[in-house]
Design a binder for this molecule. Structure first.
Ligand code: ZN
Length: 338
């Protein structure tokens, strides 16, 4: 149990705790292909995110979940090497404070101090934006790692853009194996890149944000405007309706694919990644990938060899795994990903 870490993924509605053992890579970084890490999830538990009693109420629930996870495996908290925590917001890399995000009671808290004292944990603690955790996990263990292995690209050479298309739209950028955070942890807040000028207001105070078109609620809104004002039809149902020929659903999903193409080509022109890995509920719909790479080739500045657009392979386990990996990296004193 030398390398067991907690990965915690805090979402707006649910919080997941995983106990994960992480192993060193079997090969060498310079070997070109065998530099990726192995992992094993020992326990995975989830609860609704407690939002009604401030951060203390949340942490009290989290403590119970952590204790239940340790009991299940039969190991004490003192044997855990580190804890990584993904949160839905921008996390300042040095201060380890949430600068802005969707759970207001975390804002400007000293996260290490508050979590450490509430959970009784004094080991390594790392806090990071949840989409960054997703991108990191897919690059080290998931679809990005698989792609790199089969294309003889090393872990330290991989350029990957992770995009979550769920309740919101988030992004994480890995360039040459390193997570890019920016000045205050605000790198990759791509959901609020303006996709269409002066259209659809966003909760962030601006309008035309990509999230308003490419998130699950954005897709549902687009369909209800066309077909059933006031009636909620889920994103999954809209894709099913499109497959069965419902004309409103067909035009909604076609327009979604056009918006996604524009979004991805803008990002590919900015970042020139090897791969773009999609996560979140909408990433499960095969229709969004059909013909996408060919269309990307036509719409990017570099017209040959466009980035591969891949469905994630870790599912909703990626956030906790990426967070645990960050704590592992900090303990190893690895240069990447910080
Ligand atoms: Zn916005």
């Amino acid at each position: 149990m030398n390398h067991v870490y907690f990965g915690i993924d805090i979402g707006g509605t649910k919080t997941e705790v995983s106990l994960i053992s992480i192993e060193h890579p079997l090969g060498h970084l310079d070997s070109g292909s065998a530099s990726f890490h192995a992992h094993k999830v020992l326990v995975r538990r989830r609860i609704p995110t407690e939002r009604n009693h401030g951060h203390r109420g949340f942490l009290s629930n989290l403590k119970s979940l952590i204790q239940a996870s340790l009991t299940e495996v039969g190991i004490p908290l003192s044997s855990i090497r580190g804890m990584g925590v993904g949160i839905p917001g921008s996390v300042h890399p040095e201060l380890q404070q949430m600068v802005q995000g969707s759970i207001p009671f975390f804002k400007d808290l000293d996260l290490r101090a508050e979590f450490g004292s509430a959970l009784g944990f004094s080991g390594t603690m790392v806090f990071e934006n949840d989409a960054n955790c997703f991108a990191l996990a897919e690059s080290r263990f998931g679809a990005g790692a698989d792609w790199a292995r089969s294309h003889h690209v090393s872990e330290s050479g991989l350029c990957l853009l992770g995009i979550t298309l769920g309740t919101g739209v988030g992004g994480g950028i890995i360039m040459n194996g390193e997570l890019i955070r920016g000045r205050r942890g605000g790198t990759g807040e791509i959901g609020h890149i303006s996709l269409k000028a002066a259209d659809r207001s966003c909760y962030c105070g601006k309008s035309g944000c990509a999230e308003q078109f490419l998130s699950g609620p954005g897709l549902e809104h687009a369909y209800s405007l066309r077909a059933r004002p006031g009636q909620r039809v889920s994103g999954k149902q809209i894709f099913e309706l499109a497959r069965s020929g419902d004309p409103f659903a067909v035009s909604t999903t076609e327009s979604y694919r056009d918006d996604l193409l524009q979004f991805l080509s803008n990002l590919a022109n900015l970042l020139d990644p090897h791969v773009i890995v999609l996560g979140g509920g909408i990433s499960l719909e095969d229709q969004i990938y059909q013909g996408l790479e060919n269309r990307l080739s036509e719409s990017c500045f570099l017209t040959s060899d466009p980035p591969s657009v891949l469905k994630n392979s870790l599912g909703d386990a990626a956030g906790a795994l990426g967070a645990a990996y960050l704590a592992f990296s900090e303990n190893q004193g690895e240069k990447a990903p910080s």
